[in-house]
Design a protein around this ligand. Structure first.
Ligand SMILES: [Zn+2]
Length: 113
């Protein structure tokens, strides 16, 4: 199996949240296919997916360079389920997807996967 190395992003956002970071597979609640690989910083629920914390797939990480108006809603590629809407987290001026309640399943990723 191909080995992919992920290096956690460390910046002021991570520092602000404290604690440790985890790498998660974000999966569609409906069909369970993987939507994104995501770095979650600190404790708490997953209410937003910050675009600068998405490691894969490329079509989501590439969105970072677009203005928020051009970012499409987050949908499952497999079943078409709508999972979240683009937003800006005002406090930090970060682009993110606001997730609908219970739209995704988070699964901890093994780092040597
Ligand atoms: Zn789905």
């Amino acid at each position: 199996m191909k080995k992919i190395i992920f290096i956690f992003k460390k910046d002021k956002y991570k520092t602000a949240r404290g604690g440790h970071s985890r790498l998660l597979n974000i999966c569609c609640r409906k069909c369970e296919s993987v939507i994104a690989i995501y770095q979650k910083d600190g404790p708490g629920n997953l209410r937003r997916l910050y675009i600068d914390r998405i490691f894969a797939p490329a079509e989501l990480t590439n969105l970072q360079k677009f203005s928020i108006a051009k970012i499409p809603i987050l949908k499952c590629k497999k079943c078409g389920e709508v999972l979240g809407t683009p937003c800006i987290y005002i406090k930090e001026k970060r682009k993110a997807f606001r997730l609908y309640q219970d739209s995704v399943i988070r699964r901890l990723r093994k780092l040597d996967e």
